[in-house]
Design a protein around this ligand. Structure first.
Ligand code: MOS
Length: 720
């Protein structure tokens, strides 16, 4: 296969942007962020601010028998201690349909579903006083036997929704009769998003029925809807502001009980309330990637062609709410195979509800499928890339639809060259240098290339500044920068003449930032709004250069010209399968005596369509690779099942990669436009940056040592 490499150099300050022919934009809000001028939710100076601290349940299952709040109420500076006994009823809770399952209702009754569940909120005039008083709240409980261990409850797995129904294409379990087989179980532990910025909210009632919040959220419009629903307010009475978000990875996709508690407390005390979760709270209050058991069985002929794929998974959720994710979906779609069957089950445990975490479902599923493919490559003695090419899907194996675009083969080629794949030995454990085993591994990823509806206002001002407004949040990937990059291309004006206004619920609507859809969705709306604005200028230009916006405005006696455009997907959605693709390559060093694994080099290559903003895209891709390395080697939230309580809910014991753990990571893009998906040719990349990384590391560790680790994280004890 011969392809022209159009990858963007991995580490280069003067990246070209082939859309504009100019050098790539730097992050438009980078200066604000590094100088501390960007304000995050906890940082607003609101007059008369008071502070809330949550108190969590110390038992894992049961009912509250009594809560003693007297000492806390009498402590200095305390304004209120809210519990289920005294908190005003939240009107939206009462109106909810009485279905037994649903989001956790705070201060609703005496039921305890998990350890750390909020049972009280202390509000005081300073944070320190609230924190001190929170230690004075005591409760007694009637406890019941709890279950927090998925592995001892696998037999309780149930199918929860129609979407979870078993998938069968061709014959089920066809792998069993294949000449070459792999049949293995894989486990991932609970992982917690742990963005650097703690979840925080400042809530203030402006009038009897109007509330303003600064809150950490991935979607100001969805936060507005949720808070309005809870307090039975018209949505316009709820103002949500979140122009900067310090990472989220899925943890801020929904409105959590602590946010409702802060809004409620502000009403009770008649003052604005600030509530910042502690790092320990972050482990029990804002979701996580759930502990998941999987079994993948592959059958192939001696030619390496897959004849059967079977993928089973069992995940966990809370007892009060079903959280499901597409763990097995990747096996329905990734490889051309006549016989595929998958099954997904859920076990309810006494834990808080999980929530999507970067690459939800697929990051978990890809660890199992792509590890199993690696195992099959050794069973067949076929190079792992060659094995994937022999089973390359040219159309979607699950429904035979054509792809809107798929350049995964090109990504394999780029990645193999950049990692130096020819240096790899097909026989594991054979390369030893300076006392370290060296291994090479690779694994692929995919995620739906979504596009939904976005409304953007594009306004040209008399001074030549273009203002772009929409109610999207930028949680870090560089949404504003991509918007500016699209706009400079259409309007042909320099980026420093563009002002991006985001993260405010009063702006024109855009979706929540999640599911890798924002660049394609909002980018397309920016494209369409700017194109329309430019047409308007053209029609007014007369003898003037239509790109001389200032002159035209002056001629027409206008102080600005603006358009508001809604842009969304169309009939192409039903006709094509639309995915982004990635491949990750790792070179690892494994120390034979200590079992220490070091990543020596990491290469990630994406087919994410047309890259809109090369610098921020590269940064996002590298971030996703690092997150996957954490998943592979370090991250694990550990519960002591005797007590149902987390034992490592802090950054000393819950390990995430630090600078010294991460080598040179290079990101490359095939960078070919998907002209079917949207007018700018972009596909998402937030999820594919992480999906497949953990398997690539595990596969490299096997290549280095001959030891197959099927349970993450790959800690030294598992290699000795
Ligand atoms: Mo996400 S898990 O796309 O916020």
């Amino acid at each position: 296969m011969k392809v022209k490499e159009t990858a963007i150099p991995g580490n280069h300050n003067l990246m070209p942007d082939d859309r504009t022919g100019k050098s790539a934009l730097s992050r438009v809000d980078g200066r604000l962020k590094v100088t501390g001028k960007a304000k995050y939710s906890a940082e607003y100076n609101v007059k008369d601010l008071v502070y809330g601290v949550m108190v969590g349940s110390s038992v894992t299952k049961g009912t509250i028998k009594s809560i003693d709040t007297k000492k806390a109420e009498n402590a200095p500076g305390v304004l209120s201690v809210l519990t289920y006994l005294n908190a005003p009823k939240i009107p939206g809770y009462q109106a909810d349909n009485p279905s037994p399952k649903g989001p956790l209702k705070i201060f609703y009754n005496n039921q305890v579903y998990f350890n750390g569940q909020p049972i009280a909120l202390v509000v005081a005039d300073t944070f320190e006083r609230a924190l001190f008083a929170s230690t004075l709240v005591t409760a007694t409980y009637d406890t019941e036997a709890h279950q927090t261990n998925l592995l001892t409850n696998l037999d309780k797995g149930v199918s929860t929704r129609r979407e979870d129904k078993d998938f069968v294409k061709g014959q089920a379990n066809a792998w069993q009769s294949a000449p070459v087989k792999v049949d293995a179980e894989y486990i991932i532990p609970t992982e917690v998003h742990n963005p650097m910025e703690l979840h925080a909210i400042i809530a203030r009632w402006d009038a009897g029925d109007k509330v303003s919040v600064y809150t950490k959220t991935q979607g100001v419009k969805s936060s507005q809807r949720s808070i309005a629903q809870a307090f039975k307010l018209p949505p316009d009475n709820v103002q949500v502001t979140a122009p900067f978000v310090g990472g989220a990875f899925g943890s801020a996709l929904r409105t959590w009980p602590h946010e409702i508690a802060a809004v409620l407390a502000s009403k009770v005390v008649g003052k604005p309330v600030k509530l910042v979760l502690s790092r320990a709270d972050m482990f029990t209050s804002v979701g996580y990637r759930p502990f998941t058991w999987q079994k993948v069985s592959l059958g192939a002929g001696a030619d390496g062609k897959l004849t059967g794929i079977t993928h089973e998974a069992t995940g966990q959720s809370s007892v009060y709410e079903d959280f499901t994710e597409g763990v097995v979906n990747i096996s329905q779609l990734m490889y051309a195979c006549p016989n595929i069957n998958t099954r997904y089950r859920l076990v309810s445990l006494n834990v808080n509800t999980p929530t999507p975490m970067r690459g939800p479902g697929e990051a978990t599923g890809a660890f199992a499928l792509e590890s199993a493919m690696d195992e099959l490559s050794y069973a067949l003695n076929i190079d792992p890339i060659e094995l994937r090419m022999r089973n390359y899907a040219e159309t979607d194996p699950s429904n035979n639809k054509p792809y809107s675009s798929k350049f995964l083969a090109e990504a394999y080629k780029i990645g193999a060259e950049k990692i130096g794949w020819t240096e790899r030995s097909q026989k594991p454990g054979t390369i030893l240098q300076n006392g370290w085993h060296i291994g090479y591994g690779m694994a692929a990823g995919m995620f739906g290339a979504h596009r939904s509806s976005s409304t953007v206002t594009a306004k040209m001002q008399a001074d030549g500044t273009l203002v772009l407004q929409t109610a999207v949040t930028d949680i870090g990937p560089g949404t504003g920068t991509a918007m500016a990059s699209v706009a400079t291309g259409v309007m042909d004006i320099p980026a420093d003449k563009i002002k991006i206004v985001l993260g405010d619920s009063s702006l024109p609507p855009s979706p929540t930032q999640g599911g890798s859809q924002i660049a394609a969705t909002v980018g397309s709306a920016v494209h369409d709004a700017c194109t329309e604005l430019k047409e308007k200028f053209k029609s007014m230009a007369g003898n003037t250069d239509p790109a001389d916006y200032i002159k035209i405005l002056k001629q027409q006696g206008l102080d600005h010209l603006e358009v508001t455009t809604t842009s969304k997907s169309g009939p192409e959605q039903g006709k094509y399968s639309m995915y982004s693709w990635s491949v990750h390559f790792m070179r690892v060093l494994v120390h034979p005596a200590t079992g220490v694994v070091k990543i020596d080099k990491a290469i990630s290559v994406a087919d994410a369509g047309q890259i809109l903003s090369p610098k921020t895209a590269r940064s996002q891709m590298i971030g996703g690779t690092i997150m996957g390395i954490g998943m592979a080697l370090m991250e694990e939230a550990v519960i002591d099942h005797r007590y149902g309580r987390l034992v490592n809910n802090n950054f000393a014991d819950y390990h995430v990669p630090v600078q010294a753990d991460i080598p040179q990571v290079e990101a490359y893009f095939v960078n070919k436009a998907d002209n079917i998906l949207n007018p700018i040719g972009a596909k998402g990349m937030g999820e594919i940056a992480t999906i497949g990384v953990a398997a690539a590391v595990a596969n490299a560790v096997y290549n280095a040592t001959g030891k197959r680790v099927r349970e993450l994280p790959i800690t030294p004890d598992k290699l000795l």
